[in-house]
Design a protein around this ligand. Structure first.
Ligand code: 5GP
Ligand code: MG
Length: 168
């Protein structure tokens, strides 16, 4: 395993993202929606730096394909998402790859009556996007390599690593 982004780099970048994000929601009812399971670290670290009132929602999505990064069938789980009607949603995910997951969830949040939907991802893979999705906040641009750690898994393992690494 080779470390691509260190713990310190991640934490510093999330400080910066929080400083950009918080002012946008000072006077607007905010719901942060995390995509399970990969966004849990990013969500936990980000929300603790946002000094604005907020609610947290979770949505389950998986397009599991192991290390093979051709997009698979997307599964959206039921029932974990709180009522977002009239609320300003910031959707969080670990990584933007093809964009399939986030484009579908943005649409779903609009359908459920969100007042606005913005998207924040910790990582964006270069040269991979196939589905239109506007990403408002990006932690790091990374090359097209399979990464693990800080929420990202391989066979459901390695999520607990505090850094991002490539699997050799
Ligand atoms: P998309 O729908 O944008 O193609 O894919 C997004 C999802 O694919 C992410 O939420 C993540 O679960 C998974 N994914 C994409 N690239 C990687 C990667 O390099 N490593 C891991 N562990 N998961 C990835
Ligand atoms: Mg994911």
């Amino acid at each position: 395993m080779r470390v691509l982004i260190t713990t310190e780099q991640i934490q510093e970048r999330i400080d910066e993202l929080a400083r950009q994000i918080a002012p946008e929601y000072r006077d607007r009812p905010l719901t942060i929606v995390g995509v399970l399971t990969g966004s849990v670290m990013f969500l936990a670290d980000l929300v603790r730096r946002l000094d604005v009132p907020l609610r947290i929602g979770l949505i389950q999505a998986s397009s599991y394909r192991g290390k093979n990064t051709t997009a698979g069938e997307l599964y959206l789980g039921p029932g974990l998402l709180a009522d977002v009607r009239g609320r300003h949603v910031l959707l969080l995910d670990d990584i933007l790859d093809t964009g399939q997951t986030l484009s579908r969830i943005v649409q779903l949040l609009h359908d459920r009556g969100a007042a606005s939907v913005k998207v924040a991802v910790l990582l964006r893979k270069q040269g991979r996007q196939m589905h239109a999705v506007t990403v408002d906040f990006v932690g790091f641009e990374i090359p097209d390599e399979f990464v693990v750690g800080y929420g990202l898994d391989y066979n459901d393992e390695h999520r607990q690593l505090p850094y991002i690494a490539t699997l050799g």
